[in-house]
Design a protein around this ligand. Structure first.
Ligand code: FER
Length: 359
């Protein structure tokens, strides 16, 4: 796999096509922009209405989606740990019943309860399980070793990474229709049950885990996912902007209008995303979406159609800085396909931008 990696910014493609253009959000232009901190960590507990969020327009663009160096697959001398968080949630097939579930959580090396940590909630794709990203308690998956090495090398702030499942525990139904229903329900489970369980046990920016505390700390909380996890990410954007600032949809479109609706009905899909933003009371300066996929990924056609339609809504979605702070980027890896090797590679490249040390 020595193929040269190229980044295609769809913003650039559709706005400029073959002509010269003044859009500065290109791979070559971004190479010269200085990476700045985006995690906006506060050192004191926050008492104001909302904790500080990512500074407007400060998230650098990827100039290249690099391969993960071999050394990052090795055990770090500063390993974090994978722990398990139990919670109860509604059984969405029978609202009168509850079910016991758990998620795994990556706890960085040197975790210190007296400090506050950003949190990424990261969801697997269709047919995955709670162990897809991190295996299980005490285990050392490739993704874990990559996070350990990024943090140990000072390339990324230590953060918590929570990996739940949208399935019931022990699920055996891997149909797309079931997954589609479950992910549409997942925002309720996430906000009512999972986040309070996690953030009452671990030290995050949430001073309390009631809606007020979770809203106040939204600048330090991100949601991302692969495939059906990306479909979920778009739902979380629509329903939970009050709890989340940063979104990382990896290889999946928004299904709010229809299954694969980002592809079949891109304008309508972009429209409901914009409407959800308006309904939330938040504005274009209040979020950041880093969408990513590969040119050969099965979800690429759907995702790129949706993103192009979102570019036609420049009041809400700022691909570039012409209308205010940039709030969405779409990166495409030439040749990238729909599997977890690429998910790890995307996260290896994106996470140090979003949680850059040295605030
Ligand atoms: C898509 C969005 C999500 C898509 C596939 C998925 C093929 C997910 C599939 C899975 O997780 O099984 O547009 O197109």
């Amino acid at each position: 796999m020595k193929k040269k990696v190229a980044l295609i910014f769809v913003a650039m493609m559709s706005v400029c096509l073959l002509s010269a253009c003044g859009n500065t959000d290109t791979a070559s232009a971004s190479a010269s922009s200085q990476p700045q901190s985006t995690a906006a960590k506060a050192t004191e507990p926050q008492t104001q209405e909302e904790t500080e969020t990512v500074p407007a327009g400060s998230i650098p663009a990827l100039d290249e989606i690099r391969e993960i160096p071999a050394a990052y697959f090795q055990e770090s001398s500063q390993p974090g740990t994978i722990e398990r968080v139990e919670y109860q949630t509604a059984s969405y097939t029978d609202p009168d019943e509850t079910q016991d579930k758990y998620a795994y959580i990556y706890v960085p090396y040197g975790y210190d309860e007296t400090r506050q940590y950003d949190v990424l909630y990261l969801l697997h794709g269709g047919g995955g399980s709670v162990g897809t990203c991190f295996g299980g308690e005490g285990q050392s998956s490739e993704l874990k070793r990559i996070l350990d090495n990024l943090i140990a090398n000072g390339e990324m702030e230590p953060l918590l990474v929570v990996t739940p499942t949208f399935y019931s525990m022990g699920n055996t139904d891997n149909s797309v229709s079931t997954a589609g229903e479950l992910v549409a329900h997942f925002p309720a489970e996430l906000t009512n049950d999972l986040i309070p369980a996690v953030e009452s046990q671990y030290s995050t920016y949430a001073e309390t885990t009631d809606p007020q505390g979770l809203t106040a700390s939204r600048g330090h909380r991100a949601f991302g996912g692969f495939s059906m996890g990306a479909v979920t990410t778009w739902y979380v954007f629509m329903e939970n902007l009050d709890y989340f600032h940063t979104f990382i949809p990896i290889s999946g479109d928004c299904w709010a209008i229809a299954t694969q609706g980002g592809g079949s009905q891109p304008e309508e899909t972009a429209g409901v995303l914009e409407q959800a933003l308006e309904d939330s009371g938040y504005g274009p300066e209040d979020f950041f979406i880093y969408a990513i996929t590969g040119s050969e990924d099965i979800a690429y056609p759907m995702m790129s159609s949706q993103i192009q339609a979102m570019q036609d809504l420049p009041d809400s979605f700022h691909f570039g800085t012409e209308n205010g702070a940039e709030n969405i980027r779409f990166a495409v890896l030439d040749g990238g396909v729909h599997n977890y090797d690429y998910v790890r590679r995307y996260l290896y490249n994106l996470m140090p931008l979003l949680w850059h040390p040295g605030t």
